[in-house]
Design a protein around this ligand. Structure first.
Ligand SMILES: C[S@@+](CC[C@H](N)C(=O)[O-])C[C@H]1O[C@@H](n2cnc3c(N)ncnc32)[C@H](O)[C@@H]1O
Length: 454
């Protein structure tokens, strides 16, 4: 990228509330910078900032950090932000060669957009997807490593697929011409706009690498070693780690459990399935084995399996208007997280009671709640994920329905996006749903599952 040297760039960056001038000081503490525990997405080589700024505007419940090594380029982004208040955005002027000095286990997704291709072999190690950079990225991620890359450069794309696969990443989503994808909520970068005008194909890939808990702890030890670079301090780090693990075993167990929840999202909720065996007005879905419908009305279904009840609410109006999710993570809960997968989003909120969890899962314009025995959490969440991920809306029927309703306003449909916050919600839930008898409706609509569609 060629830009004029902006003479007063230091002054401009210093005076911007978006720019963090001493980013090394926040290693491991970026959630304090944002004052919340929302996910953090990082873009390296953000250039003039269109992508990161528009993302921050579109997704207020995600924190965004843009990193750019060229101070003059960064001033363009700062100027775009004049008069705009985005508490979920921070910018850093820094060379990503030392990225591991800035973040430790706190990034949820990394964006690499139109990175410099460095076509000569002798410059390969400067590519942001070279094995050297990929090793540095290992320490950044909070749970799993997720890298999203866009480029118009085929050689860089193929090189990056190879280096990432060699480091244990797998393709989650890939496209050789992103502009042709209408299922992808794409926010364009400045370079992307230029390349699209030239009719260059835009390559896109989302790569995922699952990292298990113990491996993460090993990374922590490595970081200690590299960072302090002294055997004496290394020993001290070891002692602190062992003491922490002994005293906080509860926390470690919770971490392992929550990792298994994330696996359910990735293997069930985020996998698009064509299964269906239950037909409702305006949508169909797949009712997992062992789950039956015990009650239904216009919008709601009450379901039951051997151990728990489920309450399903499908919001066809929100689907029709493509309403955005406005959920905020609740730190006090056992588990609370925004869910994002392509153009679908939602949230999971789990509150802990003495021997049960109250689970709210919202995704794909529907919400399902359950009051689950503790040892049944994973099974219940798998059932819930099956139901929500297989909901398939019938545009024609919904169009007609919304048209006929006439007076239905968008606001009416927003309630599924509010998480239950009342402390007595378990009791209310029990009162309302906990007393259902054995199946009272035989659902004639249920037909056998068509496995060939999966
Ligand atoms: C080709 S531009 C793309 C800019 C922007 N992502 C876009 O798509 O419009 C690449 C940008 O990455 C920045 N960059 C390259 N290497 C970097 C590094 N090691 N650390 C931080 N930024 C880097 C460059 O300064 C440049 O602004």
């Amino acid at each position: 990228m060629r830009v004029r040297n902006v003479k007063n760039k230091d002054e401009i960056l210093k005076n911007s509330s978006y720019v963090i001038l001493n980013p090394e000081e926040y290693l491991g503490k970026w959630r304090d910078v944002f004052n919340n525990s929302n996910p953090i997405y990082l873009e390296i080589g953000m250039g003039k900032g269109n992508f990161i700024i528009e993302n921050a505007k579109t997704y207020p419940n995600i924190n965004f950090i843009g990193l750019e090594k060229n101070g003059s380029v960064l001033t363009y982004a700062v100027k775009k932000l004049e008069g705009i208040d985005l508490p979920n955005l921070k910018l850093i002027c820094f060379d990503a060669s030392n990225i591991d000095l800035l973040f430790f286990k706190e990034i949820d997704k990394l964006y690499l957009n139109f990175s410099d291709p460095w076509p000569k072999d002798r410059h390969a190690k400067r590519r942001l997807t070279s094995p050297i950079f990929l090793d540095k990225y290992e320490k950044l991620f909070r749970v799993n490593n997720i890298i999203e890359m866009k480029t118009d450069n085929k050689d860089l794309f193929e090189y990056s697929l190879e280096t990432m696969k060699n480091k244990g990443y797998n393709e989650e989503d890939i496209s050789y011409n992103l502009t042709e994808r209408d299922d992808f909520p794409n926010i364009k970068t400045e370079y992307e706009e230029k390349f699209i005008l030239k009719n260059n194909p835009i390559y896109f890939v989302r790569m995922l690498k699952r990292v298990n808990f113990w491996k993460k702890e090993k990374i922590f030890m490595n970081l200690c070693y590299n960072y302090v670079n002294s055997r004496w301090l290394m020993r001290k780090c070891l002692i602190i780690l062992i003491v922490s693990l002994t005293f906080f075993t509860g926390c470690s167990i919770k971490k392992v459990e929550t990792d298994s929840l994330k696996n359910i999202f990735e293997t069930v909720l985020y996998r698009k399935k064509k299964l269906s065996n239950t037909y409702m007005n305006g949508y169909k879905f797949y009712l997992p084995k062992g789950v039956t419908i015990i009650d239904k009305n216009e919008y709601n279904l009450k379901l039951k399996d051997q151990k728990t009840y489920y309450y399903l609410y499908v919001d066809t109006i929100a689907y029709h208007y493509k309403t955005n999710n406005t959920f905020t993570i609740n730190n006090k809960n056992f588990f609370s997280e925004i869910l994002e997968n392509g153009n679908l989003s939602g949230y999971i909120d789990i509150e802990e009671d003495e021997d049960r969890y109250f689970v709210v899962l919202m995704y794909n314009y529907a919400k399902i709640e359950s009051y689950v025995p503790k040892d049944y959490l994973n099974d219940a969440l798998t059932n819930m994920s099956y139901v929500l991920s297989t909901i398939n809306f019938n545009d024609k029927v919904i169009e007609e329905y919304v048209g006929n309703k006439g007076t239905v306003s968008q606001e009416e449909s927003f309630d599924i996006f509010d998480s239950k916050k009342e402390s007595d919600s378990f009791l209310k839930y029990e009162e309302e749903y906990g007393t259902y008898k054995e199946p009272i409706i035989i659902d004639d609509d249920v037909v056998d599952i068509d496995e060939t569609n999966d």
